[in-house]
Ligand binder design. Structure first.
Ligand code: SAM
Ligand code: F3S
Length: 461
């Protein structure tokens, strides 16, 4: 390898928040064990790490095209090392080396703690190394606590997914659900709070399936929320991603009882047709989904609900699609994600008959997207004139008084103020509701904690 000191690593992250979190962990472990520093550009690095996603075919192709570019860099600098992690690596394993023989290390989402060891083995043996096993929860024990930047931090509480929706590759690439011990999660939250973190987002592919025994009692996500809310320094709690079948009374109750729990829930629906939901093996009907949303909104009237939807699942008829459109109109989602169905090799849905013809699925995609965009804009515009609590996360590079942060329902809010406000919760009056963000002006530094503010706001509803 290049003998330059300090060594630099460039990590590119593709895909979901779980991957963003994992990349942070990779950087920390490389920093701690091998004193790597982050590089700004691939050209400045001694080690390139690609953290891949394979949820849709496009994501998979994106990973291969990035590797194609990095191959050229390696041709110029043969001592450059290239490591590929994430779901493409997990899915392909050694086969990835056949497609990309210039790759030095292939590791999976559950073996990222072994990255430094795999790199050393690569040097010692002169041969590429592959480790894409699922050694349960070993990863959490082996990794340093993530270094935080700013007032917000992710805390991963469970790994993998055991739901096996018929279209989804995740259970095969990330393994079955494995929960992190309750006490370990709380210890990490305490450490983060002491280091200045004000907002915690609990992460998991199926985060509301979380369970762990502590002091002889079974604990779940709602317990984690209550214990975290009891820490004074923590002002806001979020969690993602949830599965509708795991959304029970205790979690709905947490939205009623815990003012620090942000009024936002991402609850993937996927389709508004019961027939398609069954073929997707989602495990709920539209009536059950509607009933959960009704109870959630009764518990937290200001809740912003966002979702994931797939159009063009095999066998989706015009009638199925119209049912999705109707349900989406009824439920009034906030900013949501819409995906074109993408067959993933090895999943049951990939061998289903009756693919939806390309022009038709694109037409359905456009119609549903228009409806979702309209709903998100209506939600933003409704906020104009309201006061929102914003945790200030960023100030502009060119203009440090250009501040940005998210409010409770997860919208970015841009406003002007002193950069000293970074890391604090401030009150902003919304002046403009745009499709993807809000603009506003400062209404005064938050003197109460967000909790007491939110309580006061809810009491006045
Ligand atoms: N855990 C989440 C849940 O409860 O459903 C889903 C995680 S998945 C990585 C994120 C989203 O990608 C899914 O909700 C789904 O909408 C979409 N997705 C997954 N597989 C897909 C496929 N084969 N084609 C299109 N979209 C897909
Ligand atoms: Fe995928 Fe369904 Fe799990 S969408 S991540 S198999 S809940």
């Amino acid at each position: 390898m290049r003998s330059r000191q300090p060594k630099r690593v460039y990590i590119e992250t593709q895909g979901c928040q779980m991957n963003v979190y994992d990349s942070g962990q990779m950087l920390e472990i490389l920093r701690e064990t091998e004193a790597y520093l982050p590089a700004e550009r691939p050209e400045d690095a001694d080690l390139l790490v690609l953290n891949t996603c394979s949820v849709r075919e496009k994501a998979f192709d994106k990973a291969l095209s990035r590797l194609g570019r990095w191959r050229l860099l390696k041709a110029e600098h043969p001592d450059l090392r290239i490591a590929v992690g994430g779901c493409v690596a997990s899915q392909e394993g050694p086969a990835l080396l056949a497609r990309a023989p210039f790759v030095d290390v292939v590791f999976g989402p559950q073996t990222l703690q072994r990255l430094p060891a795999l790199l050393s083995e690569r040097e010692a043996s002169g041969r590429p190394q592959v480790d894409v096993r699922f050694p349960a929860i070993e990863k959490f024990d082996a990794l340093p606590a993530p270094r935080r930047s700013g007032p917000c931090a992710f805390v991963s509480i469970m790994e993998g997914c055991s739901k096996y929706c018929s279209f989804c590759i995740v259970p095969y690439t990330r393994g079955e659900e494995a929960n992190r011990p309750f006490a370990d999660v709380l210890a990490e939250v305490w450490t983060l709070a002491e280091s200045g973190v004000r907002e915690i987002t609990f992460l998991g592919q199926n985060v509301n399936a979380y369970q762990s025994d502590w002091r002889g009692v079974r604990r779940d996500l709602s317990d984690l929320i209550h214990y975290t809310a009891a820490i004074d320094a923590i002002q806001r709690i979020r969690f993602t991603t949830s599965h509708p079948i795991e959304l029970g009374d205790r979690l709905i109750g947490a939205f009623r009882e815990e003012a620090k729990l942000a009024p936002h829930l991402h609850l993937p629906l996927q389709s508004g047709s019961d027939r398609i939901l069954m073929a997707m093996k989602r495990g709920y009907t539209t009536l059950e989904y509607r009933s959960k949303v009704r109870r959630l909104r009764a518990a937290r009237p200001d809740l912003a609900l966002t979702t994931d939807l797939i159009v063009g699942f095999p066998g989706e008829t015009d009638g199925d699609f119209e049912e999705t459109l109707d349900l989406v109109q009824d439920l009034a989602f906030d900013q949501s994600f819409l995906f074109l169905y993408s067959p993933r090799p090895g999943t049951p849905a990939a061998s289903l008959p009756d693919p939806v013809p390309d022009p038709l699925r694109h037409e359905r995609f456009d119609r549903l997207k228009t409806t979702l965009d309209r709903q998100a804009l209506a939600f933003s515009r409704k906020r104009v004139g309201q006061r929102v609590s914003v945790l200030v996360e960023r100030s502009g590079e060119k203009d440090p008084s250009a501040l940005s942060g998210r409010e409770g329902s997860n919208h970015w809010v841009h406003f002007t103020g002193s950069p000293d406000l970074l890391g604090t919760m401030v009150e902003v009056e919304v002046t403009q509701g745009l499709p993807n963000c809000l603009k506003g002006q400062r209404a005064g530094i938050e003197s109460m904690s967000s909790t007491s503010h939110d309580r006061a706001q809810r009491a006045s509803l």
